[in-house]
Design a protein around this ligand. Structure first.
Ligand code: RIB
Length: 298
């Protein structure tokens, strides 16, 4: 069984600031660093570091070779990462003194993916293979339809949330991994305590993992609910924490770990990720995650 992550590849420019810049303001940043990111790339690397055999699908421009190299160095299969004429996607990230971020995206090559590109990539996969998607590339609706037709198991992290998602055939999704904002938008609910129930009602055959920030995460699967608390840590940068959680959780599930164990591993991986600066570079190796869990158990 293979797993394909068909998703975005971004060059992240991270500006450290005391407070986010406001309208009409010009402020100086404390520092600027460049990282390999994009929700797709981050999730592929998290899956690989968690122990999965992962294939990445996506597009970069001529200025994006660094992203392909980062995936290759992480031992992600890059046969389906192709070059296009459009500029590579990028993200301008402001990081404040509390470790919170705000992100401005330029889709670039990520938004240049066509139905033909999708067909070429999906030819290499078959019934029973997994596909992980986010919402940072074009043609997600088409990918969902085609992957479903093939009998692939589809996991969706509906991030970043926008109206486009509401038009996707979401009844074809087997796994939703989403946060509070995405959950509230998908269920049109302003009460976070009702989101999981509403998601289950709306997508009865799906498994649903809802992350709740400081309150941890709740998973609905096979008629049961599993709750998981966070591991306390000092926050340096939350960028890619959700991606780390998604990749680690899915990889653990695919390795037939229990729901409880998969949640524990994903939570620890995300907690290590937020304690370091950057995107894909702050995704921990499995050995580090397991040794931290061992320390907790002692
Ligand atoms: O989830 C974090 C990612 O979101 C960043 O790496 C940035 O590229 C944006 O896609």
């Amino acid at each position: 069984m293979k797993i394909l992550c068909f998703g975005s590849l971004n060059i992240d420019l991270v500006y450290k600031v005391d407070e986010f810049v406001k309208a009409k303001e010009t402020i100086a940043s404390i520092s600027m660093e460049k990282f390999c990111g994009g929700k797709g790339l981050n999730q592929s690397i998290a899956l690989k570091r968690a122990g999965s055999n992962i294939y990445h699908g996506g597009l970069i421009g001529e200025d994006g070779e660094i992203l392909k190299i980062a995936l290759k160095n992480a031992n992600v299969n890059v046969e389906n990462v192709r070059l296009t004429q459009t500029k590579t996607g990028n993200a301008i990230i402001q990081l404040d003194k509390h470790g919170q971020n705000c992100i401005l995206l330029y889709g670039g090559a990520n938004e240049a993916i066509t139905k033909v590109d999708v067909d070429i990539v999906l030819e290499n996969f078959e019934k029973g293979d997994y596909i992980l998607l986010q919402n940072e590339i074009s043609c997600v609706d088409y990918i969902i339809d085609k992957a479903y037709e093939k009998g692939m198991i589809i996991a969706l992290n509906p991030s970043p949330m926008n109206d486009r998602i509401l038009g996707y055939a979401l009844d074809k999704i087997s796994w939703f991994i989403l946060n509070e904002v995405e959950g509230m938008a998908l269920t049109k609910s302003s009460d976070i305590d009702r989101v999981l129930d509403k998601m289950v009602h709306k997508f009865p055959s799906a498994k649903i993992l809802l992350t709740l920030g400081e309150k941890g995460a709740s998973l609905y699967a096979d008629g049961e609910i599993y709750n998981r608390e966070i591991f306390e840590t000092s926050v340096v940068d939350t960028t890619a924490a959700g991606d780390t959680f998604t990749g680690y959780f899915l990889s653990s599930i695919m390795q037939n770990k229990s729901y409880e164990k998969s949640l524990e591993i994903a939570t620890m991986a995300a907690s290590i990720c937020v304690s370091e600066l950057g995107a894909s570079n702050s995704i921990p190796k499995l050995s580090k995650v397991l040794s931290r869990l061992d320390c907790k158990a002692d």
